[in-house]
Design a protein around this ligand. Sequence first.
Ligand SMILES: [Zn+2]
Ligand SMILES: [Zn+2]
Length: 362
Amino acid sequence: MKSYCPACGTRTLRPLQGGDQRIAECRHCHGVWFEDGSLNCAITGHHDHIEHYDHEQHLGPKLGVSNRQCTRCRVPMTHYQLLADYSVEIDCCPTCDGVWLDQHEVDQVIHSPLLKDALAELNKKVTWKSWVFQFFTAMPVEYNIQPHRTPWMTWLLIALCTLVFFSGVYDAGSNEWIFLNLGLNSDSPSAAHVAMQLFTYQFVHGGLMHLVGNMYFLWIIGDNLEDALGHWTFLGLYLLSGVVAALAELMLFDASQGPLLLVGASGSIAALFGLYLMWFRHASLTFMIVIYQKKLAPHWYFLIWSLINLFGMFTAQGGVAWAAHLGGFVLGLLIGYLMRDYVLAKNPLIAMLNQPEAAISR
Ligand SMILES: [Zn+2]
Ligand SMILES: [Zn+2]
C-alpha cells in the first residue's frame, strides 16, 4: 500500500523493501517515514554499544508547528531541532509519534547519539586545570573528539625523537655525530647522504625545549589525524612533509651565512597543522593572553601562529628554520584541501561535525 509523502504530498511513500516494515521511503524525494518506535530501533541497530535509545528524550528545542502533515493521521506535525547543539530540523507527529526525515537528515539522525556525545566533549568550558597547565607550560589545551584507533605511529615518532635526543645529550661526541650524520647538512659529502638526511633530520632536536614543544603538538594533534587517515597514510604524509619542508629550507637558505644545518620535526608538524586546519574546524585550542585563557577555532589559532612565523621570517631571527615551517604548513594546507572529501567520506562523525549545523561554543 502506498501513502502520501509529507514532503511531496504525492502517493509515493512505500515500505522499505526487505527492511523494517514500519519504515517507508518516498520514491520521489527519498525522505523517510518512521512509525512510532522504529526510529529508535534504527538508531540502536546502528550502534552496537547502545541497547536502548529514545530519541525523544534527546531532542533539542521545539521549533513550532510544521507545514507538513502526518502521513497517517493527516494532522500538522511538530518541528523540533535534532539536538540542542545541532540544528537539523525534524518533524514529529504529535498524535502517532511518527517521525519524518528528509533524505539528507537521515544519517545525522541515525548517528545522533555519537553527535551528542562528541558535542558535549567539544563544548566543554575551560577549567582551572587547563588554566594552570597553560599558565605554567605556555602550551595550548586541545578540545577534540576522542580517536577510536590507538595512535601507534604518533607514539612511535615521539619515542624515536626522544630516543635520538637523549642518546646525544650526555655525551658531546655522540651529539656531534648525530648532528653531522642525521641532521640535514648542505655540505654533506654526497647526494645519497643528503637524501637519507632528508628523513633523519626530522628526528634530531637541538635542545630540550625544541623537543618538548614539537612533541607536545605532535601528541595533541597527531592522534586525531592518525585516526582520520589510518596509521600508514599518516606516517607517509608526516615523513613526506618533513622532506618537502627541508627542500624549501634548502632552496631558500642564505648560503653566504655558511652551510645549512637543519634539525627538528617542526616542518613535518607544521604540515600536520595544515591538515588539522582543513578537517577539524570543530576542534578548539586554547590561547592565553597573559592570564586570560580562551578557546579558539583552529583557523584563528593557526592564523596567529602563522603571523608570528612570518614576523620571524622577515626579521630573520637566527636559529629557527622559518622557510621549513611555512613550507610544511603550506604543503599541509594543500594536502588537507585535496584529501578533504576522502577523509570526510571515511569519517562520518568528523564530516557531520564539519557541517554548519554543528554549533561549537568557545
Ligand atoms: Zn517525497
Ligand atoms: Zn501521526
